[in-house]
Design a protein. Structure first.
Length: 144
């Protein structure tokens, strides 16, 4: 096993930070606003999807470097981030449902419920902020 690449993780964490700042700057977002303003809907959907994608990529990097194997699924990536010692089990459980929303938005398996998308924004702000902090803390500890 090798230590995580701080440059790779820092770059992805910076992207996640920017996405969180963007979402936070929107203020409260409701389903009606997402239905009425397509640009807002597309921006929110893209930001939510990118948060998940960045986290899954970080998790996969940690899994490969620290645990010694790549995750087989996006959900498993969070389990392996826990095994790597970077994410708590509670945080992983809180974040895992965001994978399902991301998949609906990306693959359009069903028509997305925009009230659900709007409700995901404050959860993403809370939980992905915690995720960014946890990964940054773990990276800092790994470097000492």
């Amino acid at each position: 096993m090798r230590p995580p690449d701080a440059g790779v993780l820092s770059t992805r964490l910076a992207v996640m930070h920017d996405l969180l700042v963007f979402l936070d700057g929107l203020g409260p977002v409701g389903g009606d606003a997402l239905r009425e303003v397509i640009a807002l809907r597309l921006a929110v959907e893209r930001a939510l999807c990118q948060l998940v994608d960045q986290a899954v990529d970080i998790n996969a990097h940690l899994a490969a470097r620290v645990v010694g194997r790549a995750p087989q699924t996006q959900r498993e990536s969070f389990e392996l981030a826990v095994r790597a010692g970077y994410v708590s089990p509670d945080l992983a459980r809180a974040l895992t449902p965001s994978i399902g929303l991301r998949n609906v938005l990306v693959h359009d398996y069903v028509s997305a419920d925009l009230d659900l998308v709007a409700a995901a924004v404050p959860l993403a702000l809370r939980d992905y902020r915690s995720y960014v902090a946890a990964i940054a803390r773990g990276l800092s500890e790994a470097q000492t």
